[in-house]
Ligand binder design. Structure first.
Ligand SMILES: [Zn+2]
Length: 571
């Protein structure tokens, strides 16, 4: 039993007579004073858990809030849009009505997040040439690219394509896809994900090396002119339409002091078939190169084929906002537990026929509504938590976790005093489940807390069924993890109660194929939020236990984030 489970065991011992528990007196803090307080706290927690119902969390309110946030009036909640105004106003209104406090120490409900919005005007063809002939790639259909440079125009003229395999530079695995070749001024072509090996790079699970964000960061470091990831639907986890449709327009970034001139001139994706055509022009076989890339010792392959692309930008500076509410801790107000969910979605696309609004009902009106439900539950609790609890609705997650990265770089409460971040991104819409999917199960000691709550509620914890898709790196909890703060992300379970086997997996596949980042992500008549209510109850009890405790759960021994946390909070 690790020290966290030991503390939880002590609390249970104090509250329920210790049936079956180890002797708590063996622990380092088993003195009378704290034990009394622990007993009192534990009694209340047990009482709240006993009914499986937490006052303030309900399916009707959750649905009503989700309907408002995902209504056409909110225009898909793009940062900087009229939809942002409505969203921020709505959240502030809801939090105020609950009687919780403004979460910014300056006394306001918001944290300013300065962004730049960059729109290519209009998207140009990417011309590929081998001297003898040229291939014209169409935007959206064949490729997608944008520049993060905060300037009016950029151009890459006749830069050579170089295939860099998976593009991982991982000394701990004795792996380097870039070798000695000077890659400055080149257009790098990356395979999606990390090298598919059983023994390194997390096996089937994706490491940070597999994320497209990492690849573009490496391209910048190497001074590349362009950075293109070769999209393949299966390993990417989503179809080309997710890349090729809405996000082609405006891209957002945090307003960096260097106007992002350190980035590659353009960053984007090409379809796999397009990559095959580029290889063909070079007289090479894509599939053969792809196989070479899966072997240690791979060297970059210059293709002898060039690419030219000009992008003109429309730039606007946007003052976006994170919304933040707080319930002040009664005993340790400077220690903070954070619930986080992104309020933004991808907005609207006026080039579309018919429906133009990406309502983002599941993604992430549900999670944002979940923040309101949790804040209500805390506000209705008979006793304030021991530590402070923050309800943080962040902006621009869809643009690359920008609101949460801004928060951790400009924390309203010190990172070292932040106990954990519990993230919600897409709540369950299809009914009750026995299990709860923990994305990144095994990453941190928060799993031990989750296990205790699961046992109380008669539920089970399941690992992410698709660790190869790297979901741990794809929502706001990751920004907290990068900053060292133990972070937890639960997805809906897959074992649906009263539904045939495979129902959950089927629903997940349907959602990804039909609704994920599409205009059809709307509240559906067959939605059943009973499961979301149970998941929120779980998150309430888990957060409550962390907020009422004195422990500082850390990252697991094997986690890439543990060293950073230890530097913040020396043991
Ligand atoms: Zn989301």
């Amino acid at each position: 039993m690790d020290r966290w489970l030991w503390a939880v065991g002590l609390a249970m011992l104090a509250s329920c007579g210790g049936g079956g528990m180890e002797d708590g007196s063996a622990g380092p803090n088993g003195t009378a004073g704290p034990a009394d307080a622990a007993a009192e706290a534990a009694t209340e927690i047990e009482a709240e858990a006993a009914t499986d119902v937490v006052a303030g969390i309900g399916a009707e309110t959750l649905l009503a809030e989700t309907l408002i946030l995902s209504s056409d009036e909110f225009e898909g909640r793009a940062p900087g849009s009229a939809g942002e105004e409505l969203t921020v106003d709505y959240l502030v209104e809801q939090f105020s009505a609950l009687g919780v406090s403004p979460g910014n120490p300056d006394g306001t409900w918001v944290q300013d997040v300065p962004l730049v919005g960059i729109t290519p005007q209009p998207p140009q063809n990417l011309v590929v040439s081998n001297g003898a002939g040229a291939l014209t790639l169409e935007p959206s259909t064949d490729y997608v690219a944008a520049t993060r440079h905060v300037v009016d125009a950029v151009a890459v003229d006749g830069a050579e394509f170089v295939f860099v395999g998976y593009g991982a530079r991982a000394p701990e695995y004795d792996w380097d896809d870039f070798g000695e070749l000077d890659l400055s001024g080149r257009i790098l072509l990356f395979l999606v994900n990390d090298p598919p090996l059983d023994d390194i790079f997390g096996g089937p699970a994706m490491t940070y090396y597999g994320r497209w964000t990492y690849k573009h960061e490496m391209a910048a470091e190497l001074g590349a002119a362009g950075s293109l990831v070769i999209h393949e639907t299966e390993p990417a986890g989503y179809p080309w339409e997710v890349i090729g449709a809405a996000p082609f327009g405006e891209t957002f970034d945090l307003a960096a002091p260097d106007d992002n001139l350190g980035r590659a001139t353009f960053e984007g994706w090409v379809q796999r078939a397009t990559a095959e055509s580029i290889f063909e022009m070079a007289g090479l076989d894509f599939e053969a190169a792809r196989q070479q890339a899966a072997v240690r010792g791979f060297e970059p392959i210059p293709l002898g084929v060039t690419g030219s692309l000009a992008i003109r930008n429309e730039i606007r500076r946007i003052d976006s906002r994170n919304v933040v509410a707080k319930v002040e801790g009664a005993e340790a107000p400077d220690e903070v537990l954070i619930y986080v969910a992104h309020w933004d979605h991808v907005g609207r696309d006026e080039s579309l026929e018919g429906d133009q609004i990406f309502n983002g009902a599941a993604d992430n009106a549900t999670g944002t509504a979940g923040l309101i439900e949790l804040a209500r539950a805390y506000s209705l609790s008979a006793r304030p938590p021991r530590r402070s609890v923050l309800f943080l609705a962040v902006t621009a997650e869809e643009a690359g976790l920008l609101g949460s990265f801004h928060y951790v770089r400009n924390p309203l409460y010190p990172v070292a005093q932040t106990v954990a971040a519990l993230n919600m991104d897409v709540l369950n819409q299809w009914g009750r489940t026995r299990d709860l999917t923990i994305v990144g199960l095994g990453q941190s000691e928060l799993d031990d807390v989750a296990a205790v709550i699961a046992e109380q509620l008669g539920r089970t914890l399941a690992p992410d069924p698709e660790p190869e898709k790297g979901f741990f790196y794809r929502s706001d909890h990751f920004a907290f993890a990068r900053a060292g703060i133990p972070a937890f992300y639960a997805d809906p379970g897959v074992e649906y109660i009263g539904k045939p086997e495979g129902y959950g997996a089927q629903k997940r596949i349907e959602y990804t194929a039909n609704d994920y980042h599409q205009v059809t992500d709307e509240v559906k008549p067959d939605w059943d939020l009973a499961g979301a209510v149970e998941d929120l109850t779980f998150l309430y009890l888990m957060g409550r236990r962390l907020a009422d405790g004195e422990e500082w759960p850390s990252w697991s021994e094997t986690s890439e984030f543990r060293a950073l946390r230890e530097s913040q909070r020396p043991q």
